[in-house]
Design a protein around this ligand. Structure first.
Ligand code: HEC
Length: 128
């Protein structure tokens, strides 16, 4: 086999690999994994939150469907307490993406940059 042929075959193989990777990524972005979300929660949220106790942030048990700023016994910011927002999958996504844009004056100094991470985190929160 000539060097030229080898290079051509390598090019083909690379093209195929890229097609598989690129072809599958939009599908991946649609799917949310609560299991991965739990791992993300344990690595990124537990510094301030826990599922069953108020810490620096409010507890997350039954957060889906709860009105924002209403976990019993947590001292929320005025902004969150005054908000009439209800936590749905959509509002939780928006909160994790940019809390300040959703509820100006809030006090959670944390954002989740990646769409897939937000989808997985919300899938986990929805199991609580
Ligand atoms: C640096 C500390 C900190 C980190 C890290 C953090 N939070 Fe928060 N979070 C807060 C605080 C403080 C509040 C309350 C904000 C307020 O009162 O304005 C809050 C509020 C919330 C609320 C609103 C709950 C309610 O009862 O209305 C949700 C949902 C939430 N956080 C989710 C998360 C998730 C999911 C993560 C991990 C990706 C996370 N937070 C990471 C500090 C944090």
């Amino acid at each position: 086999m000539s060097v030229r042929e080898v290079l051509r075959l390598q090019g083909l193989a690379l093209g195929l690999t890229l097609a598989v990777v690129l072809g599958s990524s939009p599908a991946l972005a649609q799917t949310a994994s609560a299991e991965r979300g739990k791992l993300l929660y344990e690595s990124r949220c537990v510094a301030c939150h826990s599922v069953d106790a108020n810490r620096v942030g409010p507890l997350h048990r039954a957060v889906l469907g709860r009105r924002a700023g209403t976990a019993t016994g947590f001292a929320y910011s005025d902004a969150l307490r005054a908000s009439t927002l209800v936590w749905s999958r959509e509002t939780l996504q928006a909160w994790l993406k940019d809390p300040e844009a959703l509820i100006p004056g809030q006090q959670m100094g944390y954002q989740v940059e990646m769409l897939q991470d937000r989808l997985d985190l919300v899938a986990f929160l929805a199991t609580l």
